[in-house]
Design a protein around this ligand. Structure first.
Ligand SMILES: Nc1ncnc2c1ncn2[C@@H]1O[C@H](COP(=O)(O)OP(=O)(O)O)[C@@H](O)[C@H]1O
Ligand SMILES: [Mg+2]
Length: 292
């Protein structure tokens, strides 16, 4: 729905409720059509998982939303401001309200982690003093679960998981309301991936973020996503909770969530839930756990 068509009193509510609204998006590269009339609404305060086969246009969708990819057609609004009508460097007052962790991390290799975090700060707040920049960067590094001294290290000195956290620290530099994560757990071992998921969830809850999370990781979808959007056939073919998606007939959705890996992720989540339930009932009745 175009926001302009709404009555005045509803406009604010619509914007508050859906910080991202994509309508009728079309993206083409030469003769290849990646998106054809794609629409999507992201709700305030949710972690929206975005899934789809390789090359279905997840990253292109994210780049369109943040204005790095100019679509052939359609309308994209972030916090009610049109991204599609604005020039890439035009000041529309929303670019400082989001943070992005690109696929692969994309840290500047010649800068330390701290200096990487300072890049967006310097861009949007050139007046901040050097001391304050250093302090803010250190704080963001720690917020991302890295030791304080990681701020002085170069990306090449970090493990894969630490690099992701450094990228996250940079994405959080401007205290964003919206966080874009493009395959943040790809390439991490299962423990590192689970820790990163946990961190994402905690940050979302403590900072009140809305998170647009592209992922292939079924565990991530089950563990931390409030809803999942499925990209296939050049569109978002379904958005909902995983149980809602399981009710749809689409073959890709069925194969993805009900295939062997999907079932394993489902089973592991059920086990975790049971474990959590038994440990909390034990602590409530104060009796020592029975031995099997
Ligand atoms: N700048 C570009 N120029 C030409 N083709 C591109 C460009 N960016 C992406 N594509 C193509 O668009 C399709 C979707 O890409 P992408 O969004 O990166 O997929 P994924 O869903 O794996 O993130 C791919 O076929 C890719 O080759
Ligand atoms: Mg991608």
């Amino acid at each position: 729905m175009a926001d302009d068509a709404l009555p005045e009193e509803l406009k604010g509510r619509f914007v508050d409720e859906f910080p991202i609204v994509v309508e009728g998006l079309v993206n083409r590269f030469g003769t290849q059509t990646v998106h054809d009339n794609l629409s999507l609404e992201v709700r305030q305060g949710e972690i929206l998982g975005v899934v789809g086969g390789s090359g279905t246009g997840k990253s292109v969708l994210m780049r369109s939303i943040i204005g790095l990819q100019r679509p052939n057609d359609g309308d994209i609004r972030v916090f009610g401001k049109s991204i599609t009508e604005a020039e890439p460097d035009e000041e529309i007052g929303v670019r400082s309200r989001w943070g992005v962790l690109f696929q692969g991390g994309a840290l500047f290799s010649t800068l330390t982690v701290g200096e990487n975090v300072q890049v967006p700060l310097k861009q949007f707040y050139p007046e901040i003093s050097k001391e304050l920049l250093t302090d803010i960067a250190r704080y963001k590094v720690m917020l991302s679960g890295l030791p304080e001294d990681a701020a002085d290290k170069y990306p090449s000195e970090l493990s894969g998981g630490m690099k992701k956290r450094a990228g996250l620290a940079r994405a959080l530099a401007l205290d964003p309301e919206l966080l874009f994560l493009d395959e943040p757990t790809a390439g991490l071992d299962p423990i590192g991936a689970a820790r990163f998921d946990q961190l994402t969830r905690e940050l979302k809850e403590t900072l009140g973020l809305t998170v647009f999370l592209i992922t292939h990781d079924l565990d991530t979808l089950y563990e931390i996503c409030d809803r999942v959007a499925v990209l296939a056939d050049k569109q978002v073919i379904a958005v909902g909770t995983i149980p809602e998606l399981l009710e749809t007939e689409h073959p890709w959705i069925q194969e993805y969530f009900n295939g062997p890996r999907g079932r394993a992720a489902q089973a592991s989540q059920k086990r975790d839930k049971r474990k959590a339930a038994t440990s909390s009932s034990r602590s409530m009745d104060n009796r020592p756990p029975k031995r099997a």
